[in-house]
Ligand binder design. Structure first.
Ligand SMILES: *[C@@H]1O[C@H](CO)[C@@H](O)[C@H](O)[C@H]1NC(C)=O
Ligand SMILES: *[C@@H]1O[C@H](CO)[C@@H](O)[C@H](O)[C@H]1NC(C)=O
Ligand SMILES: *[C@@H]1O[C@H](CO)[C@@H](O)[C@H](O)[C@H]1NC(C)=O
Length: 269
């Protein structure tokens, strides 16, 4: 029964009661605690730290202010006509030559970063690096076996999805009719999230099915803010607010864990 599953579930964003950081906000930088998230792209970096792209800005982790994305990825600026980051994912397949590379997609181009440096020859056209994948993507997310039938990257554009098999480069095109069009997709704790507007939905990467009570307000789950939106679920928040997380880390498989005292627990969104 659902209630049981939910009680067992520790919600990261809701866990924290500490106040907003007092640091000054850059004037034009979005404040995710006030305005919420409206993401263009989301991924984890090589160290498993979540990166959330919004306009010219990049939020690192679950709290704190945004930085200009070009401070972390200066080369994006040399191609400013390309606009914002459309999609991002981390290749995380040990037998792949691009293991732990971070791929950022802008218009028809793709940037590959490894250990915080742009790889030689990049940016390249998407069609060159990921044949069969269209330009102007909405979202991208890695999908390892067995969550997908093969180690894959899922590219999303409109209501089309392109499952790209990293070993064979074969592309499987599908339609996820039950899922909203995503502006960003994010794999976290072996779950898959589609962001749309200020909201997100958890989806099955093989079918696009959304189970459970979605969409939910992204800010309430993917940020640690002291304030929560009016619409958020008070009961769920209350239950989760008893949980205190001391640290978050990720393992080699890219899974993330929250630590409470000496006990590590997975939590859900
Ligand atoms: C980053 O982008 C901002 C806004 O577009 C610009 O003013 C700034 O000069 C850029 N910084 C770097 C390091 O390129
Ligand atoms: C990349 O794509 C652009 C626009 O589609 C095209 O003009 C250019 O020739 C392509 N470059 C390469 C190296 O294929
Ligand atoms: C989703 O994308 C498709 C194009 O692939 C478009 O026709 C449709 O209107 C979009 N749906 C919404 C709700 O924006």
């Amino acid at each position: 029964m659902k209630l049981l599953a939910r009680t067992a579930c520790l919600c990261l964003a809701l866990a924290l009661t500490w106040a907003d950081s007092p640091e000054d906000h850059a004037s034009a930088a979005p404040d995710r605690c006030v305005e919420g998230f409206e993401l263009d792209a989301a991924t984890v970096n090589e160290e498993g730290i979540p990166y959330f792209f919004q306009g010219d800005y990049l939020f690192k982790g679950f709290h704190g202010n945004a930085d200009l994305a070009n401070e972390t990825f200066p080369e994006l600026d040399e191609h400013h006509h390309l606009g914002h980051v459309d999609a991002a994912f981390r290749m995380h397949y040990e037998d792949n030559p691009d293991h732990d590379h971070l791929f950022l997609f802008l218009d028809h181009t793709v940037f590959s970063y490894y250990q915080h440096k742009l790889e030689d020859g990049f940016p390249k056209n998407i069609s060159e690096v990921f044949p069969g994948i269209p330009d102007h993507l909405d979202a991208a997310v890695e999908c390892p076996k067995p969550e997908c039938d093969e180690d894959s990257v899922i590219f999303l554009k409109g209501n089309k999805i392109y499952q790209y098999h990293v070993a064979t480069k074969a592309v499987n095109e599908k339609e996820f009719s039950s899922m909203p069009n995503c502006t960003a997709a994010f794999r976290f704790m072996e779950h898959y999230y589609c962001f749309h507007g200020h909201m997100f939905s958890k989806f099955d990467p093989t079918t696009g099915d959304v189970h459970g009570r979605y969409p939910k307000e992204a800010r309430d789950y993917f940020t640690r803010c002291s304030k929560f939106s009016e619409e958020s679920d008070h009961v769920e928040r209350e239950r989760c607010s008893r949980v205190h997380l001391d640290a978050i880390t990720s393992d080699n498989a890219g899974n993330m864990y929250a630590f409470r005292g000496e006990i590590s627990q997975q939590y859900c969104f």
